[in-house]
Design a protein. Structure first.
Length: 449
């Protein structure tokens, strides 16, 4: 349980609720969550109200932000679907000139890349992944999978990880041991992959203003390489390879919240990393066109993004993909009626010529990792599957396949007013860019830049 007491107090006051009534409600919730006496909770509530009134009683253009009126959940942000992809595409507009010089968020790739001439040509890739929100009470698993995800994002750019860093936030009443268990999960992957864990930050969520036990944060990874295997480099005539996918944070979450805890162990491996290491060691990276991991909305989401940035069409054999999913994971997904094409299975996707594909298969299989050819790239646009001999288009849903009981209640359907919401999101982007330009101009004038 967690509660943003600052947000609660602000919203109640804005609605016109009397201050004494807000203080009473606030004190009751604080006393309940923190198991305090009502007297102590009242003093806390009074201090919260004082801070909120001081903070929001005045207006300042730097402190204010334009309100779109669109909530994160209703637009699908973070849900690995249409709304989420749209917001990420707009982020690039806000970043503008500050974006990565070689690959940035506008390229819809797994990591950003800059080029720096150090002893020749070297590409530096940087990726950061957030802890799966439903793994707050399972710190080790959260740390393990977010670290593996960050490393994957660096590897699929054609670069090798050289350092990992983390940022951990635990709410005020969270047990300190969460930090250690989480770090153990992060460092387990680092030790297995032989990548140093170099830095981190540990803070409380919202300081004193968020009470409860929630944990969140992220892990980042930095990589270097001489070649880049960006998604946009996929070409007609290429074939698509996938390694066996056992899932990561998403599949672990499914297993936990459906009471199938034994499946969680299937996700504890570094097979993706081992497959990449084998490809790198064999010197095949320069021959590859693109690599990716099957995460963002599953094959549905990743295929759509790759098609968009490459200008090509991707075609998959659905039965071949089914065979490349870990059998225990696939059984769980099918038993729960979860679309394995629309959920993160964490496979390594390699896109290259048929001749190079044979080399890739040999070295990856020699490393003990299952890998198969599951599709091809051709001229055109969009993503398709061949099922029962018929070619069918596939699209990402509004949200990733519902993989917990609560997500099934929320559903995957696109809101009827999505286009109207998108216009308001576009306006929010413009307002953010305007504000950035104004601040930059003021600072430049002040500094004589």
């Amino acid at each position: 349980m967690a509660m943003d007491i600052e947000g609660f107090a602000r919203r109640e006051l804005e609605k016109g609720v009397a201050e004494e009534e807000v203080k009473r409600r606030l004190a009751e919730r604080i006393a309940e969550i923190k198991n305090w006496s009502i007297e102590k909770a009242i003093r806390w509530a009074e201090a919260v109200l004082a801070e909120v009134k001081n903070a929001y009683s005045k207006s300042n253009y730097v402190l204010d932000y334009w309100k779109s009126g669109i909530k994160m959940g209703e637009f699908g942000v973070g849900s690995r679907g249409k709304g989420d992809f749209y917001v990420h595409s707009k982020i690039a507009e806000v970043i503008g000139k500050a974006g990565a010089s070689f690959l940035s968020s506008k390229d819809l790739d797994d990591a950003g890349v800059v080029f720096r001439r150090i002893n020749g040509g070297v590409y530096i890739s940087v990726a950061v992944d957030g802890i799966h929100s439903r793994l707050s009470e399972f710190p080790f698993i959260a740390g393990f999978h977010v670290t593996r995800a960050a490393m994957r994002d660096v590897y699929v750019m054609g670069t090798e990880p050289i350092a990992v860093f983390s940022d951990i936030h635990v709410a005020d009443d969270g047990d300190v041991s969460k930090i250690f268990d989480h770090i153990a999960g992060i460092s387990a992957v680092c030790e297995l992959a032989e990548v140093p864990f170099v830095a981190g930050s540990t803070l409380r969520i919202g300081g004193d203003m968020v009470i409860g036990e929630r944990m969140t944060g992220c892990v980042g990874c930095v990589g270097v390489g001489d070649f880049i295997t960006a998604r946009k480099n996929a070409k007609p005539g290429d074939v698509i390879l996938l390694t066996e996918g056992s899932g990561g944070g998403t599949i672990a979450t499914t297993a936990i919240y459906y009471g199938m805890h034994e499946v969680v162990e299937e996700t504890l491996n570094i097979d993706f990393i081992r497959a990449c290491k084998a490809i790198f060691k064999a010197g095949i990276v320069p021959k590859l066109h693109a690599m990716s991991d099957v995460t963002n909305g599953g094959i549905r989401g990743d295929a759509e993004e790759i098609s968009k940035v490459s200008g090509c069409s991707l075609v998959f054999d659905v039965e071949k993909i089914r065979k490349i999913v870990n059998p225990r994971v696939l059984d769980m997904l099918e038993d729960l009626k979860i679309d394995f094409m629309g959920v993160s299975i964490d496979s390594l996707m390699v896109i290259c010529t048929p001749e190079v594909a044979e080399e890739v298969r040999k070295v990856v299989r020699r490393a003990g990792i299952k890998i198969e050819e599951v599709g091809y790239v051709e001229k055109g646009r969009g993503a398709y599957i061949v099922e029962n001999g018929k070619l069918k288009p596939i699209k990402p849903r509004f949200r990733e396949s519902a993989y917990t009981p609560l997500k099934k209640v929320i559903g995957e359907e696109e809101p009827k007013d999505f286009e109207e919401m998108r216009k308001k999101v576009d306006e929010a982007v413009l307002k953010a860019v305007e504000k950035k330009k104004r601040v930059i101009e003021i600072i430049r004038k002040r500094s004589g830049l």
